[in-house]
Design a protein around this ligand. Structure first.
Ligand code: NBP
Length: 489
């Protein structure tokens, strides 16, 4: 007999916590996992979990099933089934299982970190089969899933009204009264997963910039971890206030129980990645948009992973290695400003890519609403996103965030500091790919004439690729026999 509001397939860390969140919010949830023991352990263990994790009545609202067929039989119509399995093949495997068992109008929600291109494909295939598919980005990790993640739903707009209440109820909330959900409709087909991918790319950028600030303060000024804690504490009370600055502040206070040293100094300097930052950069290249900072952040992780090669090179290659000799207090403020300005460029680039993707795929994205989805529940949550929302509310078709008055003023104020920091880092031999890429993008974007006139001349010289002229209409092309015309002395 139909009873559950929703079914969830995939009871690893994210699935379990989303189920608890739904049930804690009063929804009845049927659950299934490929490995039956996981379902049994999860459902059987609910009564032993603390009350802040499993609220009163929650255990009665979660029912385990040993088959997909059994689960589907007990869902209210139209059936809503959320998939929380490993991205890629497993999602297709579960969809293949569900497809013959569902009725037209039933809804499949993929809440994993799927590639938006897969979501575009699945959306089309399922639409042809009469099923409604929602590719839904979920951010915030284990804790977010339990207490309120940022949720980015996209796919079939006809399905949205049927899942809106549940998804908005379980999402993070922001605003003065804590009542604005960080979950709203994003757009058709793979738009939800695309926005989640951009979120993750921006996360890569934010983390890289914070790491560069840390590296400069540590090596150029020689700050101790205790001093770094105080710097990040101050920064978290400025316009940089955010989850990532907050956790960075806290990291400097943690001791390693084994050695007694600060734990951060015991951690190996090789970054891992799951790939969403790379996906964003790959698609930026396909679209021809310069998402330079996020791509540099991906490369920085790649270079960090070459630990053995770097150790060997460090014994051979030379360069400056001194400390900053100027005013220490001013320089700390300069680094803060450089971080803020670079972060702004990163978000500006992310939104330019979102606009380009929306045009490519015919999505209607609401940039202000997307900023609001990221205000709470996710890794990039920050005060600054409210200013981004305000900029898009004022001008929904804003071509580039850097052109908004608020951000233009912010960059103008930060610019002298930003340039001093990049210059000092270059002089001291400290790598700052994020800060420098952001500044170069800014300087490139604000120039009405770049050296591409010479580049086109070169292309026409060796390949007769033609060029346009500054004094003729756009689109009209010209070719010169540069060898015949050259005038060598
Ligand atoms: P995992 O990504 O580790 O996936 C494990 C789950 O997938 C298990 O339930 C497993 O079942 C199931 N599964 C696999 Br693997 N292959 C399957 C198949 N062929 N058929 C059916 N089920 C299959 O779980 P997670 O870390 O909870 O993440 C779930 C999704 O959420 C992923 O897409 C992830 O990228 C995304 N996400 C994760 C986080 C996070 O912080 N972990 C945050 C945001 C988003 P089994 O028990 O039988 O092996």
């Amino acid at each position: 007999m139909a009873q559950h509001d929703i079914g969830l397939i995939g009871l690893a860390v994210m699935g379990q916590n989303l189920v608890l969140n739904m049930a804690n919010n009063g929804y009845s949830v049927g659950v299934y996992n490929r490995t039956q023991a996981t379902t049994d352990d999860f459902v059987g263990g609910l009564k032993d979990r603390p009350e802040d994790v499993v609220h009163e009545g929650t255990a009665d609202r979660v029912v385990g099933y040993d088959s997909v067929e059994g689960l589907l039989k007990d869902l209210k119509s139209p059936r809503r089934v959320m998939i929380m399995v490993k991205a890629g093949g497993p999602v297709d495997a579960v969809i293949d299982q569900l497809k013959p068992l569902l009725d037209p109008g039933d809804i499949i929600i993929d809440g994993g970190n799927s590639d938006y291109a897969d979501t575009n494909r699945r959306y089309k295939e399922l639409k042809e089969a009469g099923l409604r598919f929602l590719g839904t980005g979920v951010s915030g990790g284990e804790e977010g899933a339990l207490k309120g993640p940022s949720i980015m739903p996209g796919g079939d707009p006809e399905a949205w009204p049927f899942v809106k209440d549940i998804l908005q109820k379980i999402s993070a909330k922001v605003g003065e009264n804590n009542d604005i959900p960080c979950c709203d409709w994003v757009g058709e087909a793979g738009a939800g997963h695309y926005v989640k991918m951009v979120h993750n790319g921006i996360e890569y950028g934010d983390m890289q910039l914070i790491c560069e600030a840390y590296y400069i303060l540590k090596h150029a000024l020689g700050l101790s971890n205790d001093e770094l804690y105080h710097v990040f504490k101050d920064w978290n009370e400025s316009e940089l206030e955010s989850y990532l600055i907050e956790i960075t502040r806290d990291i400097f206070t943690v001791k390693d129980p084994e050695t007694g040293n600060d734990l951060v100094d015991q951690v190996l300097d090789t970054a891992k990645q799951k790939g969403t930052g790379k996906w964003m950069s790959q698609h930026a290249l396909d679209l021809g948009v310069p998402t330079t900072l996020i791509t540099e952040a991906v490369y920085a992780r790649c270079l960090s992973a070459q630990k053995d090669a770097r150790v060997r090179a460090s014994k051979v290659l030379s360069g400056p290695d001194g400390q900053y000799q100027g005013d220490k207090k001013q320089f700390i403020e300069d680094v803060r400003q450089a971080l803020y300005a670079s972060k702004l460029v990163s978000y500006a680039q992310g939104y330019v890519q979102l606009d380009a993707a929306a045009e490519e795929f015919g999505w209607e994205l609401n940039n202000g609403s997307i900023a609001l989805l990221w205000r709470g529940g996710c890794i990039i949550r920050s005060r600054f996103l409210q200013d981004i929302k305000a900029a898009f509310d004022k001008e929904p078709n804003l071509e580039n965030l850097l052109l908004d008055d608020f951000f233009k003023k912010a960059i103008d104020e930060a610019q002298p500091s930003w340039r001093r920091v990049v210059a000092a880092a270059v002089e001291l031999g400290l790598p700052v790919p994020g800060f420098a890429a952001a500044l170069s993008y800014y300087d490139g974007y604000r120039r009405d004439r770049l050296p591409a006139n010479l580049l086109q001349s070169q292309r026409d010289y060796f390949g007769a690729h033609t060029y346009e002229r500054i004094d003729k209409p756009r689109g009209e092309t010209f070719h010169t026999d540069w060898i015949r015309e050259r005038n060598l002395s």
